[in-house]
Design a protein around this ligand. Structure first.
Ligand code: FAD
Length: 424
């Protein structure tokens, strides 16, 4: 394997596929090298036997910020059905040992409004602080810790004490959250795959020599090219998954260190019979939690499917990933018991646990910016080697969609355009 092409693209997730499609559309030859045996990366739809072979998005499941998400027009152009998640969702929230009363729910909604106003105003100040610190003025409110769990450990997938408020504000997701019927992973494979052209699978890049020419080494040979786009996660980069020769500039290395991976783990459990626990389809379930309390949020019977999906993020997710699948599943069942009582144990049978934290091709769910490092995404996006070595991917997105499939898509496209426009 020693082909000489215009551009090497490392990684066939959404960013790599979008970069390859853009390069090909503009007449550039490229080779996409993918470490695993499939395309899509963190957009992955499986059909686990434990869930009765229903489609299950192990990674991304929503097209967030639908009004500005570049994947929404692609889905619409192909006639793919997009389901409005928020439009059908209802909620069951437990406070202590009882379902939240109407007054408690009104307080919860009010707390969200206060949180948004307070955190956004604080984010305008020049000095960056941690997300958690930004909530200090709201600690008397009994819902603040629940909001911190939602927005911090689930949406950002990070430790709320560790991530930048400035970066949170820039990447706050607005507008509708849409679900692609059949799963996002399947959609990416079906719609982005063909536009990207052939991908060389099972070709983990171990070393990139970047000089007058780019050379990407894999166990099955090397590829040389004029330019290279690297789309692997910052988790893979920080772990030294690819050696760079010469080493990356200190500024680039610091940016990678400032963008560590958060973790979001899903546990899906299937109903063993027709019993639906008295819950309607697409209902969200969670509890009012205490400060820094490990907890899980659930979505039951999404769009009529016969499973419940639980989400745990941030430090609790990392601890569970280290403890293993059985501990993670047990945690999910214990959390469900706190919300629904022991009837949850009788109804919910086989389970599937996702493993993004221990997967060496990803090493987490998506990157967050450490306090004081909101600029790290732009630094990592800055081309090297006179515009011929470019990092792309969700972590590098500077369009306000960092951490998402939409952001990964934009970043891959922009990297390709930069290379097309760079002087020979
Ligand atoms: C549990 C979870 C839930 C999520 N929920 C959402 C959501 O609802 N909505 C949303 O928009 N986003 C969500 N995301 C985030 C979204 O999935 C990612 O932001 C996006 O898919 C990242 O795409 P990417 O191309 O940047 O990276 P990746 O998808 O990681 O692509 C990088 C590719 O590089 C490959 N690779 C790694 N090392 C090498 C190597 N050495 N050589 C060659 N190839 C290599 C990997 O196998 C991978 O295919 C979620 C992620 C997770 C894990």
């Amino acid at each position: 394997m020693t082909s000489d092409v215009d551009v090497i693209v490392v990684g066939a997730g959404v960013a790599g596929l979008s970069a390859a499609a853009e390069l090909r559309a503009r007449g550039k030859s490229c080779v996409v090298l993918e470490a695993t045996g499939r395309i899509g990366g963190r957009a992955l739809t499986t059909h686990p036997a434990a869930l009765g072979h229903a489609p299950f998005d192990e990674g991304a499941s929503w097209l967030h910020a639908a009004g500005r998400n570049p994947l929404v027009p692609i889905a619409r152009a192909h006639g793919d059905a997009l389901l409005d998640s928020d439009g059908v969702r209802t909620r069951r929230i437990v406070v202590g040992d009882h379902p939240a009363t109407a007054a408690e729910l009104a307080d919860y909604d009010d707390a969200w409004g206060r949180f948004e106003a307070h955190a956004r105003a604080r984010a305008l100040q020049a000095q960056d602080i941690g997300f958690s610190a930004a909530l200090e003025g709201l600690r008397a409110n009994p819902w603040t810790a629940t909001i911190e769990m939602w927005e911090g450990t689930l949406i950002a997938a990070a430790d709320p004490h560790d991530f930048s408020l400035h970066d949170w504000r820039v990447n706050e997701l607005d507008g509708a959250n849409l679900v692609v019927d059949g799963g996002i992973g399947a959609f990416v494979e079906r719609r982005l795959g063909p536009r990207a052209g052939p991908v060389l699978l099972n070709r983990p890049v171990t070393r990139i020599a970047w000089g007058d020419k780019m050379a990407a080494e894999t166990p099955r040979g090397a590829v040389t090219a004029r330019a290279c786009i690297v789309t692997v996660s910052t988790g893979v980069l920080a772990a030294g998954g690819i050696a760079f020769d010469p080493p990356l500039p200190a500024r680039t290395q610091a940016a990678i260190a400032a963008l560590p991976m958060g973790l979001l783990t899903k546990v899906a459990l299937r109903a063993t019979g027709a019993d639906r626990l008295g819950l309607p389809d697409s209902v969200s379930l969670h509890r009012q939690v205490g400060r820094d309390e490990p907890a899980m949020f659930f979505l039951a019977w999404p769009f009529g499917r016969d499973h419940v999906v639980g989400f745990v993020g941030g430090p609790a997710a990392w601890a569970l990933a280290r403890a293993g699948d059985a501990a993670t599943e047990a945690f999910a069942r214990a959390q469900l018991r706190l919300i629904l009582g022991s009837r949850a144990d009788r109804t919910l049978g086989p389970a599937v646990v996702t493993r993004w934290g221990t997967d060496p091709a990803h090493r987490g769910a998506y990157a967050y910016a450490r306090i004081g490092h909101a600029a790290a995404r732009a630094i990592l996006a800055t081309p090297l080697a006179g515009g011929r070595l470019i990092f792309a991917g969700e972590a590098v997105c500077t369009d306000g969609l960092a951490g998402t499939v939409g952001g990964a898509y934009l970043s891959g496209q922009q990297a390709a355009l930069r290379i097309v426009e760079s002087p020979d």
